[in-house]
Write a protein that binds this ligand. Structure first.
Ligand SMILES: NC(=O)C1=CN([C@@H]2O[C@H](COP(=O)(O)OP(=O)(O)OC[C@H]3O[C@@H](n4cnc5c(N)ncnc54)[C@H](O)[C@@H]3O)[C@@H](O)[C@H]2O)C=CC1
Ligand SMILES: O=C([O-])CC(=O)C(=O)O
Length: 347
C-alpha cells in the first residue's frame, strides 16, 4: 500500500533536510494542512503527535486533550520541522483546536485491560466520541475524520449518526483506522515465511475486533503458499494482535507505539489524497455496500481530494476467507447497531 514506509521516510527526511529546504518546500509546493489530534496527551496521542510533527505535509498541528497538552505541545514545538504546534486543554479550548482543520485524528478514550474486549470500552468511549463528533460537526464540518478510539466497529457509526443529526454527514470523509491490522498481518507473514517485510502486503477487511478482523492472506504480496496450520495461526495472531499487546502490558494499556505508527501512515495517506496524489489505496472501516447487509465494512479504499474516491471490492476470497466473512457478519452487525442506537434510541 502506498504509504507503507512513509513514517520511516518521514523520520529520515526530518533528520537530514536543512531547515531552509523545508521552508522552501512548504511555501512553494505543499498546500497548508491543519491536523488535529484529539486525545493528544495519551499513550497513542503523544507518539502520533511526534510523527505528525515530523510529517512535511502538516503545516499546523493542533493537540487537544482534556489535560496535559500544553506540555506535549511545548515539547514537540522545539523540533526543527515546519509544522506549527499548538496545545489546547479542556472543552473550552476544543473549538479553537478544531477550527480550520483538514484532518482530525481521534485516539481519545480509555484503552483495554487484560480480560476486557474492545466492546467493554463502549460505555465510556461512546460518550467521548459523541461529544467530539458534535464539536467537529460544529467547528470543522469539512474535515476528514480518522477514528482510532475503540470499539471502532461502533464508534464510526456513532460519529456518522451525530454528523447526520447535525446535517454535516459525508460518508467519504469518515474513516475507522484499521491500519494496525494491516501492519500486523504484514509483519507476522514476513516473519513466518522469512520474507523481507518491506516487500510484504496483506489486505485486511471486515472490522476491528476479534473475528471481525479478516486478513486476506490469499491476496498477499508476494504470493505465498501457506499450509492450513500456518494460515490458521497467522489469521488468529492477526485477529488477536491487540490482545497480545494488552496481555504483555499487563494492565498498563494497549498498543500505543505501533498504533501511532499505523495512525501516522493512514493520516499521511489521507493528506496525500487531499493534496491530489494519485493511487493512494488503504484499508479502512467505512460506510460501505461491499457486503450486502453490513452498512460499515473495512476494505481497500482509494483516497483523493474528497476523502474516499472509490471503495474497492473484496476480490476473490479463498474458501477459508469466505467462511471467515460469513462468521463475522452477525458480530459486526450488532456492533454497528449498538453504535447507531446509542445516538438514536432514547433511554
Ligand atoms: N484503532 C486501533 O487500531 C486502536 C485503537 N486503540 C484505542 O485508542 C484509544 C486510546 O488509547 P490510548 O492512547 O492507549 O489511551 P490513553 O488512556 O493512554 O489515552 C487516551 C487519552 O484520551 C484522553 N481523553 C479522554 N477523554 C477525552 C475527551 N473527551 N477529549 C479528548 N481527549 C480525551 C485522555 O485524557 C488520554 O490522554 C483507546 O480507546 C484504545 O482502545 C488503541 C490501539 C489500536
Ligand atoms: O486491542 C486493543 O484494545 C487496542 C487495539 O485496538 C489494537 O491493538 O488493535
Amino acid at each position: 500500500m502506498a504509504a507503507r514506509f512513509a513514517a520511516a521516510g518521514l523520520l529520515k527526511r526530518a533528520l537530514s533536510s536543512a531547515p531552509q529546504q523545508q521552508v522552501r518546500c512548504m511555501s512553494s509546493q505543499t498546500p497548508k494542512r491543519k491536523v488535529a489530534v484529539l486525545g493528544a496527551a495519551g499513550g497513542i496521542g503523544q507518539p502520533l503527535g511526534l510523527l505528525m510533527k515530523l510529517n512535511p505535509l502538516v503545516t499546523d498541528l493542533s493537540l487537544y486533550d482534556i489535560a496535559g497538552t500544553p506540555g506535549v505541545a511545548s515539547d514537540l514545538s522545539h523540533i526543527n520541522t515546519g509544522a506549527n504546534v499548538e496545545g489546547f486543554a479542556g472543552e473550552q479550548e476544543l473549538a479553537k483546536a478544531l477550527k480550520g482543520c483538514d484532518l482530525v485524528i481521534i485516539p481519545a478514550g480509555v484503552p483495554r485491560k487484560p480480560g476486557m474486549t474492545r466492546d467493554d470500552l463502549f460505555n465510556i468511549n461512546a460518550g467521548i466520541v459523541k461529544s467530539l463528533a458534535s464539536a467537529i460537526a460544529e467547528h470543522c464540518p469539512g474535515a476528514l475524520v480518522n477514528m482510532i478510539s475503540n470499539p471502532v466497529n461502533s464508534t464510526v457509526p456513532i460519529a456518522a449518526e451525530i454528523f447526520k443529526q447535525k446535517g454535516t454527514y459525508d460518508p467519504k470523509r469518515l474513516f475507522g483506522v484499521t491500519t494496525l491490522d494491516v501492519v500486523r498481518a504484514r509483519t507476522f507473514l514476513a516473519h513466518k515465511k522469512g520474507l523481507n517485510v518491506k516487500d510484504v502486503d496483506v489486505p485486511v477487511v471486515g472490522g476491528h475486533a476479534g473475528i471481525t478482523i479478516l486478513p486476506l492472506f490469499s491476496q498477499a504480496t508476494p504470493k505465498v503458499d501457506l499450509s492450513d496450520e500456518e494460515l490458521e495461526a497467522l489469521t488468529k495472531r492477526t485477529q488477536d494482535g491487540g490482545t497480545e499487546v494488552v496481555q504483555a502490558k499487563a494492565g498498563k494499556g494497549s498498543a500505543t507505539l505501533s498504533m501511532a505508527y499505523a495512525g501516522a501512515l493512514f493520516a499521511e495517506s489521507c493528506l496525500k489524497g487531499l493534496n491530489g496524489a494519485p493511487d493512494i489505496v488503504e484499508c479502512s472501516y467505512v460506510a460501505s455496500t461491499v457486503v450486502p447487509g453490513l452498512p460499515y465494512f473495512s476494505s481497500k479504499v482509494r483516497l483523493g481530494p474528497n476523502g474516499i474516491e472509490e471503495i474497492l471490492g473484496l476480490g476473490s476470497l479463498s474458501d477459508y476467507e469466505q467462511k471467515g466473512l460469513e462468521g463475522l457478519k452477525s458480530e459486526l452487525m450488532s456492533s454497528i447497531e449498538k453504535g447507531v442506537n446509542f445516538v438514536n434510541v432514547k433511554a
